[in-house]
Write a protein that binds this ligand. Structure first.
Ligand code: ADP
Length: 487
């Protein structure tokens, strides 16, 4: 993890609380995005490892020690893991920052959030109740929430530690046994967290983790005939493959597939409060956040003022390495850098102007995948900058004329993950918030990815199903109705 030890070898695949080499014997190089060079290798898990992991999970779910724990005991284990994560916060934050390139302060916040997921679901585990249903005379009809059994979790590289907590926290709380396929670009913290979970006492098979390529380990996991549910966060293209695989096995899935989330700024908005939040929601994690606020819709009357404030704000923003701990880090890899730069090139070719810009800091390591944060405006409504997810620190500003226009524009993409409404007119803010099609709508605030307590997920092509909050306990369980005749 330092210059003297440039390449660390992750320990393999984690099955039944033990490390083993991948059956393929192959490894995958992992790049440090801040330096643009290989710093670690992970095991290339394939179908054989996935099969072993699913078998371990099946045993844990149905016969092993995990299956015999009460809800309270499961909750205690989750709470213990939350404490262990907090106790290892600095080690984990450094690992996360090296693997993803994000600034240390962001990595620290992410590890705190990962701990908080286990704290929240630890407390929630024994509070998921059934109901009793009035029925015919002589019958007693209770319902019970039961786990699916074996849940598969395919997660992305942008927030590896948080995603681990977000997806398995609720699944474990209700008693599923889990198999996780983390992203090949960044997965070292999930591997370490699985190990910590074993140390705090999670029984064999409750948490199994198979790193590997998406088209190998990911495809094998999503198509495995003995999984009962899939939770996926990633691209819309792979989302289609996941839902198709789930359909072939007749199982359910949740898909969280990103967005092009709007901020809607009315002329009466408190711009002092709004502008720093708006800038941050597209710069956080170098814009590589599904719920980034990447479209800024502004009432025409205040367009010039908003743009000038953004200009001042972005002028001070700097991209740098984790250790420099600036406003944003690099993007994840060379491909992602090329993607962001292709949007820059398209904007330039189409004469869409840069109205605000930050810089890549001087002295960043050569070879790192840095891009400057940029704001473009006015962006034509049909331009790809206004319609497609960039997954980089790029904000598109579009003016609107009135409330109806604002709503149409806010709803004018294929996505529907989040939105922020900025207005001091409470009636209007509520009216607009209720008409915008998105899973979460903030009023005079915006929490890109924030709020473990808050149900989160998409409408339209942002996906379906809800994670986070108490709602995730329903998603990761199913309802059983007992119909008991007693007369
Ligand atoms: P991104 O473009 O952000 O990398 P992906 O959708 O490609 O998003 O990746 C999200 C997760 O899905 C990663 O863990 C990746 O390995 C996995 N993945 C990629 N391709 C497949 C596939 N064909 N089947 C299952 N999982 C996949």
């Amino acid at each position: 993890m330092n210059e003297l030890n440039p390449v660390m070898l992750a320990k393999g695949v984690f099955i039944n609380n033990a490390w083993r080499p991948a059956a393929s014997g192959r490894v995958i190089d992992v790049y440090a995005p801040a330096e643009g060079r290989v710093f670690a290798q992970i095991a290339a898990g394939t179908a054989a490892d996935v099969d072993a992991a699913v078998k371990a999970a099946r045993h844990a779910a149905e016969e092993g020690a995990w299956s015999r724990l009460t809800a309270t005991e499961r909750g205690r284990l989750l709470s213990r893991l939350a404490v262990a994560i907090a106790d290892h916060a600095e080690e984990l934050a450094k690992l996360e920052a090296r693997d993803t390139g994000k600034p240390m302060k962001q990595a620290r916040a992410d590890i705190a959030a990962a701990s908080r997921y286990f704290e929240f679901y630890g407390g929630a585990a024994d509070k998921l109740h059934g109901e009793t249903i009035p029925f015919l005379a002589g019958y007693f009809v209770p319902t019970e929430r039961v786990p699916h059994g074996v849940t598969a979790h395919i997660i992305p590289w942008n927030y590896p530690a948080q995603m681990f907590g977000r997806t398995i926290g609720p699944a474990l709380a209700v008693g599923n046994a889990t198999v996780i396929k983390p992203a090949e670009d960044a997965c070292l913290t999930p591997l370490r967290l699985a190990e910590l979970a074993a140390e705090v006492g999670f029984p064999d098979g409750a948490i199994n983790i198979v790193p590997g390529l998406g088209e190998e380990a990911g495809a094998a996991l999503s198509a495995h005939p003995d999984i009962d549910f899939i939770a996926f966060t990633g691209s819309p293209e792979v989302g289609i493959l996941i839902q198709t695989a789930a359909a072939k096995n007749h199982i359910g899935c949740t898909l969280e597939l990103g967005g092009k989330s709007p901020h809607v700024v009315f002329a009466d908005a408190d711009l002092d409060a709004a502008i720093p939040v708006i800038a941050n929601t597209v710069v956080q994690n170098a814009g590589q956040t599904c719920s980034a606020g990447s479209r800024l819709l502004v009432e025409r009357k205040v367009y010039e003022e908003v743009v000038s404030r953004l200009n001042a704000r972005f002028a001070s923003l700097r991209a740098g390495s984790p250790e420099m701990d600036l406003d944003l880090g690099p993007v994840i890899n060379a491909k992602q850098k090329e993607r962001v730069e292709s949007f820059f090139a398209k904007a330039s070719a189409d004469d869409v102007g840069v109205v605000a810009e930050g810089l890549v800091a001087e002295g960043v390591p050569a070879g790192g995948f840095y891009v400057p944060p940029r704001v473009y405006g006015p962006v034509p409504r049909s331009h790809i900058l206004a319609t497609q997810e960039v997954f980089g620190p790029v904000l598109a500003v579009l003016p609107f004329d009135d409330e109806a226009d604002a709503i149409a524009l806010a709803n004018g993409t294929e996505f529907g993950l989040m939105a922020g409404i900025w207005s001091t007119n409470a009636s209007r803010a509520i009216r607009v918030a209720r008409k915008v099609k998105a899973g979460q709508v903030y009023v005079n605030a915006y929490g890109a990815g924030g709020g473990i307590e808050l149900p989160f997920g998409g409408m339209k092509k942002s996906g379906h199903g809800r994670e986070k909050g108490f709602e995730a306990l329903y998603e990761f369980s199913t309802l059983k109705t007992l119909i008991i005749k007693h007369d």
